[in-house]
Write a protein that binds this ligand. Structure first.
Ligand code: SAM
Ligand code: SF4
Length: 332
């Protein structure tokens, strides 16, 4: 397994396949001034497969497709089928806003996807409309149901908590775990990429200490669960007698850089070394160089170097992170 210079085992690649989205969450994408990657700049399904073959060859085992909104790629099923068929791919998952899952959940499962994380900030349709913008709660909910019916389980819901938007809605979200074997996870806002979304993320930040207090005041004590996976970015808890799990992802109030196991690939073919830093290494040129093996050996070399120079630590507490890319351009 590849280890970085801080002795962290890095075996998880998060692959962004588009920077486009069918929502405009207030902390992620502004309504105006967006410029998306032209199609020729996106990695093709074959190129993504070659990156994954390279990653597996140096010890990566876990892969996740993200975006932007990954279900907007018309060739998503081909991408999933190609990656699922690569020997050595241990786990293949997807992060999505679920708007398209109603139709896609069953074909995704059939193509080899193991599970999904769904981003949903509230069970209140009016809050979803205001916070995720263009967000139709009913359609997202139908998508989640379709995913569960298709066996893309365990269902994990991710809610980003923003003051003045959904901080009170965390209770209804947490209550879901009393009825279902789902994981409901609360994420602290991070300011990425400068601009209005980064400013909002600073201004509307809610600590998970506060979110946890709010949930416990209403639903009772949370019991901490032993960590099944030390690299899990969530700290997990359970309400008394609940089948589901409540997780807190707290990059600001409780940074987890020390156990980070991730590398990221952007939709335009760069290894992005850390979510909260700008450092990148290009892989697209190697993939398109015309080498006999499709650049796989060269990409494996670039990825090994990316792991070796992966940074640690961030400046979220000072309200700073990336300069160049926003969340929708990295993939979360
Ligand atoms: N569109 C998909 C979705 O929303 O799940 C995948 C991409 S999205 C960029 C991945 C994750 O980033 C989502 O769970 C979203 O909530 C999170 N996210 C976006 N902007 C954020 C911010 N400013 N702070 C914290 N999380 C953020
Ligand atoms: Fe789209 Fe996901 Fe960003 Fe929301 S968080 S705007 S769904 S990419």
């Amino acid at each position: 397994m590849p280890r970085d210079s801080f002795n962290r085992e890095i075996d998880y690649l998060r692959i962004s396949i588009t920077d486009r989205c069918n929502l405009r969450c207030v902390y992620c994408m502004p309504l105006e001034g967006l410029r998306f990657l032209p199609n020729p700049e996106l990695l093709t399904p074959k190129e993504i497969e070659r990156v994954v073959r390279a990653a597996v060859s140096i010890g990566f085992r876990k892969f996740r497709l993200t975006g932007g909104e990954p279900t907007l790629r018309l060739d998503l099923l081909e991408i999933v089928a190609r990656l699922a068929a690569v020997p050595g791919v241990g786990e293949l998952a997807l992060t999505t806003n679920a708007l398209m899952l109603d139709k896609l959940a069953a074909p995704l499962k059939a193509a080899g996807l193991a599970r999904i994380n769904v981003h949903l900030d509230s069970l209140n349709p009016a809050t979803v409309e205001r916070q995720m913008r263009w967000g139709a709660f009913d359609r997202i909910w139908r998508g989640v149901m379709a995913a569960e019916a298709a066996g893309l389980t365990p269902i994990k819901l991710n809610a980003v908590v923003a003051a003045g938007y959904n901080e009170g809605d965390v209770i209804d979200l947490a209550r879901l775990t009393l009825e279902r074997q789902w994981h409901v996870r609360f994420i602290e806002l991070m300011p990425l990429g400068g601009g209005e979304c980064a400013s909002l993320s600073i201004k509307r930040y809610v600590s998970n200490i506060e979110t946890r207090r709010r949930i416990e005041a209403e639903l009772g004590a949370l019991a901490e669960l032993p960590s099944a996976n030390p690299a899990d970015e969530a700290r997990n808890y359970r309400l008394a007698d609940a089948p589901g799990v409540i997780g807190f992802i707290s990059p600001v109030s409780e940074p987890y850089c020390g156990s980070c196991n991730r590398m990221r690939l952007t939709a335009d073919g760069k290894f992005h070394l850390c979510l909260l830093n700008d450092d990148e290494l290009d892989v697209r040129a190697a993939l398109r160089s015309g080498n006999g093996d499709g650049g796989i050996a060269a990409v494996a070399g670039i990825l090994a170097r990316a792991v070796a120079i992966k940074p640690t630590g961030h400046h979220l507490l000072e309200g700073r992170s990336t300069r160049d890319r926003s969340m929708y351009q990295i993939g979360g």
